[in-house]
Design a protein. Structure first.
Length: 279
């Protein structure tokens, strides 16, 4: 599987990356596709003058992209650490090469994607001196998905849990719809309760597509969309259609055919959630 999904919906404004806040800059990978939108967002994190940056999701193993990431990081003082929001190769494939070139460890939820002794776990705090990154476990898109909160910056990095455009994939059988819905609700609760100590979360920094300036609205829209699709699938099944490919042709008829394989993974995850598909 090359990427992560998308029933394409919403704005079609192109996204080119760049500086989003004084603490977050996106270097956009040159891997656009119906699955990856404008390409993978590689995030460089660290306030000005803070020294070496943290790189989130180095992206594909593309020498030109990794050279751009490395050069941008060197302007800020180098690379202290590499983090992965999950192990899909359009986010993680270049991590090993970049880690070797800059001499930084790679931390990830899944041990097979780590380089070094430390992983990522829910509740971890990555202390970078005057600022920090809080790790939130958000399985569902994949079993190893995490989101990252930057309390000092009012930003939440969502990986592929929430995209900047369209909706994301539940990558069944590794991803599970029940987990995904719980993760979205957990993020919503965190936003609603202000469960961070440096002000509100003002923006979502996704793994693909543009920055989202209405975090609560985006997550509510994701929950509404996912539950509406689930109801559509349940209705089709009640009419006797149980073959996943046939369900896709009915429920996801509004989605470009090139992402129907992704839609079929969503359908299989929905059928599992309804008790009609084994993982």
């Amino acid at each position: 599987m090359s990427g992560h999904v998308l029933p394409l919906q919403g704005s079609v404004d192109r996204w080119a990356g760049g500086e989003v806040t004084a603490s977050a800059r996106c270097v956009l990978a040159p891997n656009p596709s119906p699955w990856t939108l404008d390409g993978t967002n590689t995030w460089l994190l660290g306030p000005p003058g803070s020294g070496a940056v943290v790189i989130v999701d180095p992206g594909p193993d593309h020498p030109g992209h990794l050279a751009s990431v490395r050069a941008t990081a060197e302007e800020r003082g180098g690379v202290a650490l590499i983090l992965l929001t999950h192990g899909h190769h359009d986010h993680a494939e270049g991590a090993g090469r970049l880690a070797r070139e800059v001499g930084a460890p790679v931390r990830a939820w899944d041990p097979q994607h780590r380089l070094g002794d430390e992983g990522l776990a829910d509740g971890d705090v990555i202390d970078m001196g005057d600022w920090r990154i809080d790790v939130v476990g958000t399985p569902g898109h994949t079993s190893d998905s995490v989101c990252l909160v930057l309390p000092h910056d009012g930003s939440l990095l969502t990986g592929d849990t929430v995209l900047g455009r369209g909706t994301s994939l539940v990558a069944w059988p590794d991803g599970h719809l029940g987990d995904y819905l719980a993760s979205l609700r957990r993020l919503r609760d965190r936003l609603d309760s202000g469960a961070h100590d440096a002000g509100s979360i003002d923006r979502l920094l996704p793994g693909h597509g543009p920055v989202l300036a209405d975090p609560m609205g985006a997550i509510d829209a994701y929950l509404d969309h996912r539950l509406a699709r689930l109801a559509e699938v349940a209705d089709v099944v009640a009419r006797g259609v149980t073959d996943p490919a046939s369900i896709v042709a009915t429920v996801y008829a509004d989605v470009p055919r090139e992402v129907w394989p992704a839609a079929e993974m969503n359908v299989r995850a929905q059928l599992e959630y309804l008790g009609l598909q084994r993982g």
